[in-house]
Design a protein around this ligand. Structure first.
Ligand code: F6R
Length: 338
C-alpha cells in the first residue's frame, strides 16, 4: 500500500520543532499603532486554520480534556475571529500559507492587537507576517497539507509549552511512538477499509477524541473521496442515535473507543443500544499510554484506513480538485484577495 508521507511522520514531527524560536515571549511589536507584547498574560488560545491545518486545533482541544491546560482553547475555522476575546494568543496555521480564510482571520487578530504566531511552509502568510515582524515557524513540506500533520501539530504544542498553557515536551516522544505503532498495522487498516467499501461510514466518537473522528472524516473525504457522518457523544446519543432505525441503505457504523473511564462506559452502552437495532458497529480501540500517544495512534491508523480504501476503490488519494477549484474562484473575488 502507498502510505504517501506517513512513514515520514516521526521525522516530520521531530524536524518541525527545531524551528520554534526560543525567545517567543520576549517579542514586542507595533502593528497598526498597537503594541503587541508576547510576554503579557493570556486568557485563551485561539487556533485558526482550515482543513488539514485546522484539525490541529481539534486535536489540541482533545488533548486539553486530559492535560491540565491553563486556558481554554478556541478552535476557529473561519475568515472571521470569534468576537469578545479578551487576551488571546492566536496560533495561525496554514500548511500552504495561501488559504484566504486563515490569512483574513490572522489579519483581524493583528488589527485587534493580539499576539499571533504563524505555522506554515511559506506562502503569503509567511510573507505578510514576516513583513510585520510577527514570528513565523517554517515547517517541512509534504505531498499535501493533510500529509504534513505532525509538522503543523508539534510546533503548536511547543508554543503552548512556551506560553505556559500546558506541559507537553515530556509527552512528545510518546506521540511519535503512537505513530510508529499505527504504521505497523497495515493489515488491520486494509481489513477495516474492506468493510467500508460501498458504505457511508457513521463514526461514533467521544467528545474528548472528537479530533480523531473529525480527522477520520476529513481523510475519508479527501483521500477516498467519501462522505461520512461524525456523531460526537454524549450529544449524539440524544439525536443521531434515533436514526439507527433508518431505512437508508449502506450505512456502516464505526465506533472509536477511547479510554476506559466514564466516557468509555457511556460508549459501551451506546454500542449496546445501536447493536440492539441491528447496526453491528465496527469497533476501533485507540491504543497508547499517554493522551498524545493515543491521539496520534488514532489519526495515523485511521488515515491509513482511508488510503487503503482509496486503493480498493481505485481512487487517486492526493488530489482534491474541488477544494482547489473553490480556492481559485474565491481568489477572483476582491474581498478574498489576501
Ligand atoms: C489538502 C487539505 C486541505 C487543506 C485546506 C487548507 O491536503 O488537507 O484540507 O488543508 O484546504 O489549506 P492549508 O492547509 O494550505 O491552509
Amino acid at each position: 500500500m502507498n502510505l504517501i508521507d506517513y512513514p515520514r511522520w516521526p521525522s516530520l514531527a521531530r524536524e518541525s520543532i527545531l524551528n520554534v524560536p526560543t525567545d517567543l515571549r520576549s517579542i514586542k511589536l507595533s502593528v497598526e499603532g498597537k503594541v503587541i507584547d508576547y510576554g503579557g498574560e493570556i486568557d485563551s488560545v485561539v487556533i485558526t486554520g482550515m482543513g488539514g491545518s485546522g484539525v490541529v486545533g481539534d486535536i489540541i482541544n482533545d488533548l486539553c480534556w486530559f492535560w491540565d491546560c491553563r486556558v481554554p482553547i478556541i478552535v476557529s475555522k473561519n475568515m472571521r475571529l470569534p468576537k469578545r476575546l479578551s487576551r488571546p494568543l492566536v496560533i495561525a496555521i496554514s500548511y500552504s500559507g495561501n488559504t484566504a480564510e486563515t490569512i483574513m482571520s490572522t489579519n483581524e487578530a493583528l488589527s485587534r492587537g493580539y499576539p499571533v504566531i504563524g505555522i506554515t511552509t511559506g506562502g503569503k502568510l509567511s510573507t505578510v507576517l514576516g513583513s510585520k515582524g510577527v514570528p513565523v515557524i517554517l515547517v517541512p513540506k509534504a505531498s499535501a497539507p493533510r500529509y504534513g500533520l505532525p509538522a503543523l501539530l508539534y510546533p503548536a504544542l511547543v508554543v503552548l509549552e512556551r506560553f505556559g498553557v500546558a506541559s507537553v515536551t515530556n509527552e512528545l516522544e510518546s506521540g511519535i511512538s503512537g505513530i510508529e505503532n499505527a504504521l505497523k498495522r497495515i493489515d488491520d487498516a486494509v481489513n477495516l477499509a474492506k468493510q467500508l467499501v460501498n458504505s457511508v461510514p457513521v463514526v461514533w466518537v467521544t467528545e474528548s477524541r472528537r479530533g480523531v473522528g473529525i480527522r477520520f472524516k476529513n481523510d475519508l473525504n479527501e483521500n477516498a473521496k467519501y462522505y461520512s457522518v461524525v456523531s460526537v457523544i454524549p450529544e449524539g446519543a440524544h439525536n443521531d442515535i434515533a436514526a439507527v432505525t433508518t431505512k437508508q441503505v449502506g450505512l456502516k457504523h464505526v465506533a472509536i473507543m477511547g479510554l476506559n473511564d466514564y466516557e468509555g462506559l457511556y460508549e459501551e452502552v451506546l454500542i449496546d443500544v445501536i447493536s440492539s437495532f441491528g447496526a453491528r458497529p465496527i469497533i476501533i480501540k485507540l491504543e497508547g499510554n499517554t493522551p498524545l500517544e493515543t491521539e496520534m495512534y488514532g489519526v495515523t491508523f485511521l488515515g491509513m484506513v482511508t488510503l487503503a480504501l482509496a486503493e480498493l476503490l481505485g481512487v487517486e488519494p492526493v488530489s482534491t480538485e474541488p477544494i482547489d477549484r473553490l480556492k481559485n474562484l474565491l481568489s477572483e473575488r476582491r474581498v478574498f484577495q489576501v
